[in-house]
Write a protein that binds this ligand. Structure first.
Ligand code: DGY
Length: 320
């Protein structure tokens, strides 16, 4: 069988794939240009792709032999799942293994915002540190007893709730479906309406997948409800936030700041006003970017593909 990788994966994964298949790896510009992808997918049985690849109906339908798609990500909003399912193509993805790393990065952004870590680092490097240790010197905010609002209580949302309870924060959440009373008790979280969550939280963290329902769901209307002292964190998908509205809210100090790992366009445009703001901490889509996690994702991604191509169920299969 023939497979296509839109980018190189770990050496161990390539080796294993080459033992089983005729492997073609795209080594040019990233993402792989659509025209090229369409021409290369024509004779392939399997595809390994990334969150920035657009696997739409043109691509899927060009793959006349395509049987399995394996994405190196938990998110699969870049794949036209309906078209794939109509064609009987299975889709594998990589949840669970990246839950902890993404929750850790969320907490890192939260701590960085509350304790002004990038600002302090910049102050010293720019030789602007003049006085030390005063009652009003470089003050941040405690996490202790602050209210964290989690928007989307799936695997990653729950992992963030667990970490936040270690910091003795009060955790509220909003989700499409409410957790069981038992799970709420175990996690120490309280269900509230999204309106209530945006109004009362000191920090809001987005953990919902990007779907037609969540597209730009965080807009000016919701941002206006937030406290002026509150922060917004997004380690999920950029398209969940209306970025123009967020830029306006940050510029007008309607909220205190934001910690962003994901953006509408990635890599972000250097002209995007968000990149110029002091009250924002930016990361280059790195929620799952740890040595351990990215290796585990590769293991799962290749297993998913192998299983899908042999007509078996991938370890993690996107429901169609
Ligand atoms: C994913 O896997 O979808 C993440 O966004 C990668 O960090």
């Amino acid at each position: 069988m023939k497979i296509l990788l839109t980018r190189k994966l770990h050496d161990f994964a390539i080796k294993e794939l080459k033992r089983k298949y005729d492997v073609e790896i795209h080594t040019g510009s990233i993402p792989m240009p659509k025209k090229l992808l369409i021409s290369k997918i024509k004779d392939k049985d399997g595809l390994i792709c990334y969150p920035y690849d657009t696997i739409d109906s043109d691509v899927i339908n060009a793959g006349i032999n395509l049987k399995a798609i394996s994405t190196y990500s938990v998110g699969y909003d870049h794949i036209d799942v309906k078209t794939a399912s109509r064609r009987g193509i299975v889709i594998g993805y990589t949840p669970e293994v990246l839950t902890r790393a993404t929750a850790d990065l969320t907490m890192a952004l939260m701590l960085s915002l509350f304790r002004r870590i990038p600002e302090g680092d910049k102050l010293i490097r720019n030789n602007k540190w003049r006085t030390t240790f005063g009652p009003y010197e470089f003050l941040g905010t405690d996490l202790y007893k602050k209210t964290l609002g989690i928007f989307g209580m799936g695997r990653i949302g729950k992992a963030v709730a667990k970490r936040a309870s270690g910091f003795e924060m009060d955790v509220i959440y909003h989700n499409r479906t409410r957790l069981s009373k038992k799970e709420e008790r175990e996690l120490g979280v309280k269900y509230v309406s999204s309106d209530n969550m945006f109004r009362t939280s000191d920090v809001i963290s987005i953990h919902t997948p990007h779907t037609t329902q969540t597209h730009e769901v965080v807009n000016l209307k919701l941002l206006k409800k937030m406290k002026k002292t509150a922060f917004l964190i997004n380690t999920s998908r950029g398209k969940i936030i209306n970025e123009k509205d967020l830029a306006m809210a940050l510029e007008r100090k309607m909220i205190a700041g934001a910690g962003l790992d994901v953006f509408q366009k990635e890599p972000i445009d250097s002209k995007n006003p968000i990149t110029k703001m002091d009250n924002v901490i930016l990361m280059p889509h790195s929620g799952s970017a740890t040595v351990e996690t990215r290796k585990k994702m590769a293991e799962i991604a290749i297993k998913n593909l192998v299983l899908g191509l042999s007509g078996r169920k991938p370890i993690y299969q996107v429901k169609t």
